[in-house]
Design a protein. Structure first.
Length: 122
């Protein structure tokens, strides 16, 4: 007798462990997991312009600049970029400040591993 194939509605969660990026030095050093991996994902999403680099899928990066100008709703654009990852539950306490050609964002990312304060100049 051949056992019936079992199916489930739940998707198996992928591991969170990934390479540690030293963005300042442009190097990969070691590994990160858990909340540190989520924080690294958030920073990578914030620093990458969506659709600008052919090597990345359409899910990588953010679209806060439209034609060189900042979008009117930076918070929703960043939320959209971060919520594609199933480890990210929400962002809260969002603040942004535009200074010349840079925007500084600060918020709390709520993840399955806990909360983390993010502050980044884009």
């Amino acid at each position: 007798m051949i056992p019936a194939e079992q199916t489930t509605d739940e998707t198996e969660r992928q591991p969170s462990r990934t390479y540690r990026l030293d963005i300042g030095k442009g190097r990969v050093r070691g590994h990160v997991d858990g909340i540190e991996a989520v924080k690294q994902f958030v920073v990578k999403q914030l620093l990458t312009d969506r659709f600008r680099h052919e090597i990345y899928s359409i899910n990588i990066g953010q679209e806060i600049r439209v034609g060189g100008e900042y979008s009117a709703d930076v918070e929703s654009m960043i939320s959209e970029a971060l919520l594609i990852d199933d480890r990210v539950i929400a962002i809260k306490d969002f603040q942004s400040t535009i200074n010349g050609d840079k925007i500084t964002v600060a918020f709390t990312v709520v993840s399955i591993f806990g909360d983390a304060l993010i502050q980044e100049a884009i």
